[in-house]
Design a protein around this ligand. Structure first.
Ligand SMILES: [Cu+2]
Length: 165
């Protein structure tokens, strides 16, 4: 038998080289290049992303709706146990516009679904992150009839329902 390490040393050296090469290759692939638009890390901005600025609503034209149902995210809603959405159980007609407005001093969302583990969360509506005084509107017709539970992605103890008739 040869000296201990005569095989292990070159093997470890080779594995180290492979690890280094792979790390270098994959990490440099993540560095954005000017003008490169097909990076696997590129993500197109969606319409809902505009709500992160707090302007909300986007293309929804409030003046086209005779009824606007406003659901407030109350000041102090961030504290567990405090009143969160007002009205907590809203009922709207299908021709109305539903608007969430954040009156609290921190970010919140109103995201359809029962809780963060709901596989269907956000499918009917998602305000995305609403800044203080930010609002988000969606036509009730787009949400669809029935009682829909929603919650805040950042504070899942904040829950409410909106029923479209
Ligand atoms: Cu919240």
């Amino acid at each position: 038998m040869g000296k201990p390490g005569t095989i292990a040393f070159p093997v470890l050296l080779a594995l180290g080289a492979i690890t280094g090469y792979l790390t270098y290759t994959y990490f440099t692939a993540a560095i954005p290049q000017e003008g490169l638009v097909n990076s696997p890390y590129r993500k197109e901005l969606t319409a809902s992303a505009t709500n992160e600025t707090g302007t909300g609503g986007g293309e929804v034209d409030e003046s086209k709706f005779s009824k606007v149902v406003e659901i407030k995210i109350l000041q102090g809603a961030v504290t567990q146990g405090s009143p969160d959405f007002e009205p907590d159980a809203a009922t709207v007609s299908s021709d109305a516009l539903i608007t969430w407005i954040n009156k609290d001093a921190t970010l919140h969302t109103a995201t359809s679904g029962k809780d963060p583990s709901d596989p269907d969360k956000g499918k009917l509506f998602d305000t995305s992150y609403l800044q203080p005084n930010g609002k988000y509107s969606i036509p009730a017709a787009d949400v669809g009839k029935g009682e829909h539970a929603y919650f805040c992605q950042l504070h899942p103890y904040m829950t409410g329902t909106v029923t479209v008739q």
